[in-house]
Design a binder for this molecule. Structure first.
Ligand code: AMP
Length: 525
């Protein structure tokens, strides 16, 4: 008999084994595993009462909260599909996604009610509007979450007869020029990703995990499931703030967190008194952009915390590779540790050319990263053509360009569409950015290609300086030229207050390019 891999098992296990253990710390609130399970079940009962059936879509728009964690389990135990929305998107994006996914029930944090009300008329498929707030009067047209779940009949839930290929969530990818695409993730995808998180990042029962990563982003990289399954404690952070992060790490003895590189920047820049009083040695898992080696070194030396790099995409649930400190990699080898790394269990990778043939494993030849695994998504929701383009010949094509070495370790050099071609040579913007990060004045930077009469394209650096950092354009160009082949170096530098990023900290280089073109057209006019 086949027993399906279902993510709902994670909460059932923890609630059976550790009913009294604190599962969630959210501000002043503490929920035990028994309460976490009970509240998720009440949510499931309320959804059934509202007419939600297996396969129906339920949307949540919320910052990190205990409601959000409950929604993952409440929705999937009746076989419905969660659509977590990115709260940094504008109302028009939400309208597009909610309609594209055909959402039946909307679960919305109170801070976002006004935004949704503005597009309410256009959301024809929605039948139930629930506001995530403690027990209080809901705004007109909404029902309060607590009262809604309290009012649902306490009946046995229907058995949805789940198979492991049934969907858990549809996660809309953000941040590109095109409309967001709905990535369909199944129970099997999410289950195996959670398993890999546990195995490769050493998640355990004693972990106290800080949620700096938004839960909407690829289901918090799997922490929703892995941490829950092991009975670890979730510490919820609603919005990123350095002082709050240090306070929570110290106050709750945080041992583990997944975060975007930009959050680590915030941490490194923080100079509060409590910075050096932390007694745990947290493990920080970072993904989303290639981290410069200088950045890892600073993090470990200045804070004494451990850093682990992983690489993946929403389409891959997301974990594909990891850079463990192991017999291949010494702790002090920051260069190697900043690589995307080696495949996790159950993932086959190749770096290949346009014909799908693997490029040489010499760490020089560049190709596209392709993956084959049970963590690869089920396709894009209602977009068969985009699905067929991404899933070809049994391999998922990531759109990331990389080199790989003889050990199979991947080094991401760029997104396919971000690579700079100057005088016929490919220039990897992350390589150049990594050098700029070594300069003490540089807090953040991004390199884009801009037109050049002689070379076709030339690199331009956009830099945010650290507090008190005074490096000039000429100084930064010289700094790069002393460390890199000259053709790779920026020929101009502009200083900005901040870089445009998605909610998960991913640089939006297309916005930088747009800003560049706007400034050029102003010049012409
Ligand atoms: P998302 O689907 O929003 O998680 O974005 C996935 C993309 O983020 C990948 O295709 C990569 O371009 C980038 N990415 C994620 N992790 C890393 C990493 N460790 N190094 C370099 N790029 C990364």
């Amino acid at each position: 008999m086949e027993i399906p891999l279902l993510v709902t098992d994670f909460l059932s296990r923890a609630a059976a084994l550790y009913p009294e253990k604190v599962a969630i710390i959210d501000g002043e609130q503490r929920l035990t595993y028994a309460e976490f399970e009970r509240r998720s079940k009440r949510l499931a009962q309320a959804l059934v009462h509202a007419g939600v059936e297996k396969g129906d879509r339920v949307c949540i728009l919320s910052p990190n909260s205990h409601f959000f964690l409950e929604s993952f389990y409440g929705v999937s135990q009746i076989g419905a599909v969660l659509v977590p929305l990115n709260y940094r998107l504008v109302a028009g994006d939400h309208e597009y996604i909610i309609n594209h996914a055909g959402v039946k029930v909307l679960l919305v944090d109170q801070d976002y009610v006004e935004m949704i009300d503005a597009i309410r008329e256009a959301l024809g498929s929605v039948t139930t509007w629930v506001v995530a707030q403690e027990d209080q009067e809901a705004p007109a047209g909404w029902v309060n979450w607590e009262r809604w779940i309290a009012g649902a009949p306490d009946r046995a839930l229907p058995d949805p007869g789940l198979r492991e290929t049934d969907l858990v969530s549809i996660n809309y990818t953000s941040g590109t020029t095109a409309r967001p695409k709905g990535v369909m993730l199944s129970h099997r995808n999410c289950y195996l990703n959670a398993y890999n998180l546990t195995v490769h990042l050493g998640v355990c029962h004693d972990d106290v995990a800080l949620w700096t990563l938004p839960m909407f982003h690829c289901n918090g990289w799997g922490g929703v499931y892995a941490l829950t399954g092991l009975g670890a404690t979730h510490v919820v952070l609603r919005s990123v703030d350095a002082q709050a992060i240090f306070g929570l790490i110290e106050g709750h003895g945080v041992t583990f967190a997944c975060m975007a590189p930009t959050v680590l920047n915030t941490i490194l820049e923080y100079s509060g008194r409590d910075r050096h009083t932390i007694t745990t040695r947290p493990r920080f898992v970072v993904a989303g952009a290639p981290p410069p080696a200088a950045f890892i070194e600073r993090l470990e030396k200045e804070l004494g915390w451990d850093f682990i790099e992983i690489y993946g995409l929403t389409e891959t649930s997301p974990l594909l590779t990891v850079t463990p400190v192991d017999h291949l990699t010494r702790r002090e080898d920051y260069g190697r540790r900043s690589r995307a790394g080696i495949p996790v269990t159950g993932v086959a990778l190749k770096v290949c050319d346009e014909q799908g043939i693997p490029v040489s494993q010499d760490d020089r030849a560049i190709g596209e990263v392709c993956a084959r695994s049970n963590v690869i998504f089920e396709g894009y929701w209602k977009q068969p053509q985009a699905t067929a383009e991404a899933l070809r010949d049994g391999w998922f094509h990531t759109g990331d360009l990389a080199t790989w070495d003889a050990s199979g370790s991947i080094n991401i050099v760029d997104r396919k569409k971000d690579v700079i071609i100057s005088g016929g040579e490919n220039i990897s913007s992350p390589e150049l950015e990594a050098v700029l990060y070594e300069h003490p004045s540089v807090l953040e930077c991004a390199v884009i290609g801009v037109p050049d009469a002689r070379w076709g394209e030339t690199p331009k650096a956009l830099v945010v300086r650290r507090q008190g950092g005074e490096a000039s354009e000429a100084e930064l160009i010289t700094f790069c030229r002393e460390r890199l082949a000259h053709f790779k170096c920026p020929t101009s530098v502009a200083f900005l207050e901040a870089l445009p990023r998605t909610a998960t900290g991913k640089l939006q280089k297309f916005k930088l390019r747009e800003q560049y073109w706007e400034s050029q057209s102003k010049r012409v006019n």
